[in-house]
Design a protein around this ligand. Structure first.
Ligand code: NAD
Length: 408
């Protein structure tokens, strides 16, 4: 019997609860630390369980064995802990669970934005994590939404392939074992594709480059207090300057890669590419004009119609739109994304003037302070996953404590 702990209580937890509880070989507990959510969810789930309707034609029913609101009530000897939560809550869960999980457990996040491993190691300890399996999925395996709270959830789209990182690696067997276990839990699709290591994935986090930079490029010469009649297009609205800025920031990330490989030649960073290469690999023939990043953004079928995150406002009885800087493009892709990369650059001694332009603008829009006088020392650094926030001030200690050289 595999003992599974699911952390959270939203859309993704509904899907996971249904899928995993429908199996005969699992014991499932849901933990929500959000005040009142555990009671509400427990009361809402009917005897037959949560119904999950999905795009693969399966209709699944599963009822978790328990829904709890306190970490001290988690079962002993958990085999696997899955966070399906916004990343700003990960630390709270790790701190709460620390006394109740044993080394050897498999613990991870879907999605696990940049630096999930840093957060886990900081909170659970480097030795604990060396003897456990820390994993992250690059994204949620499905687009999903609750149709009826506690009763019915819909998977709108299942991804075909999702990258999974497992750390530390002790050869491929362990990787495969964890991937196999995870595979059982997320359903027959997507395929889980093992990635190089957390460092490569953190530096290749495409959202951390795309979202802040495209937002900066679009709004940089605009008055952000003037409402729009319609939400403006996100990718199709990018200009040539933005395409070049994305390219230059990606060059800065590749300079970090160069410096790291010079210092640690056996490090695996094969999956870290320029964003233009990532774009061609990910979208291929969906792209109409492959001349430059600018043309690729504006002719990628997969990006058609997607708009900037906005909030509605009423102006003289009419609905208008203002930028929503509280959206995850800023609240997650900056502190758990670009700031993490910027912190690694600082440790590696790599100058990042283009990244800094974007960070300085975004932090002003967010009302936060991360980068000050060219260094990550702002008052809001403690809410990020930058290495500096965890006290790392040398590249060697950062690489060693976080096990990046273990499998090199
Ligand atoms: P959700 O919004 O449905 O779930 C939010 C859950 O997070 C809440 O139920 C609560 O348990 C917890 N939470 C939120 N704020 C909290 C707080 N202040 N304190 C404690 N707990 C808090 O999210 P979801 O749709 O289940 O997605 C989970 C993650 O996956 C999110 O980061 C989301 O951005 C990402 N994601 C979701 C989808 C999707 O289709 N649903 C797709 C891609 C990525």
């Amino acid at each position: 019997m595999m003992k599974v702990l699911l952390c959270g209580g939203g859309n993704a937890i509904h899907v996971l609860s249904s899928y995993i509880s429908s199996r005969d070989d699992t014991h499932v507990t849901v933990l929500s630390l959000f005040p009142g959510e555990a009671d509400k969810l427990r009361d809402a789930i009917p005897e037959e369980g949560i119904r999950c309707i999905n795009d693969l034609g399966d209709d699944v029913y599963g009822k978790p064995d328990a829904v709890i609101g306190k970490a001290e009530d988690v079962p002993k000897d958990l085999d696997i802990v899955v966070f399906a939560l916004p990343s700003f809550t990960h630390e709270m869960y790790l701190k709460a669970l620390k006394p109740y999980v044993k080394a050897g457990v498999t613990i991870g996040a879907m999605p696990g934005e940049g630096g999930f491993d840093l957060c886990a190691i900081h909170n659970l300890g480097s030795e604990f994590c060396r003897h456990s399996n820390i994993f992250a999925l690059e994204t949620l395996p499905w687009a999903c939404r609750i149709l009826e709270y506690g009763k019915k959830v819909e998977v709108l789209g299942t991804k075909k392939e999702v990258e999974v990182i497992v750390s530390p690696k002790h050869g491929t067997t362990k990787d495969e074992v964890v991937t196999e276990v995870l595979h059982k839990l997320v359903g027959r699709l997507p395929e889980l594709d093992p990635a190089d290591n957390f460092l490569a994935v953190t530096l290749m986090n495409i959202n951390s480059v795309w979202h802040p930079t495209i937002s900066y490029g679009f709004y940089r010469n605009r008055d952000v207090t003037v409402p729009f009649d319609e939400p403006p297009l996100f990718y199709y609205g990018a200009d040539e300057y933005t395409g070049e800025k994305l390219s230059k920031i990606s060059d800065e990330v590749l300079e970090i890669k160069r410096v790291l490989l010079e210092k640690y030649p056996s490090l695996h960073l094969h999956s870290l590419h320029h964003v233009s290469e990532w774009m061609l690999r990910s979208y291929g023939d969906d792209i109409g004009d492959k001349t430059s990043i600018y043309t690729m953004l504006r002719t990628n079928k997969g990006y058609r119609g997607l708009t900037h995150p906005m909030r509605e406002v009423q102006v003289e009885g009419q609905t208008k739109y203002l930028p929503n800087f509280r959206y995850r493009y800023f609240t997650e892709d900056l502190p758990m994304g670009l700031i993490v990369t910027r912190g690694i650059a600082e440790l590696a001694g790599v100058k990042t003037p283009h990244m800094d332009d974007v960070i300085l603008w975004c932090q002003e829009m967010l009302g936060k302070e991360y980068l000050v006088d060219g260094e990550l020392k702002g008052k809001d650094l403690e809410y990020t996953r930058a290495p500096q926030r965890y006290g790392f001030d040398t590249l060697d200690s950062f690489m060693e404590v976080n096990h990046y050289l273990d499998d090199a």
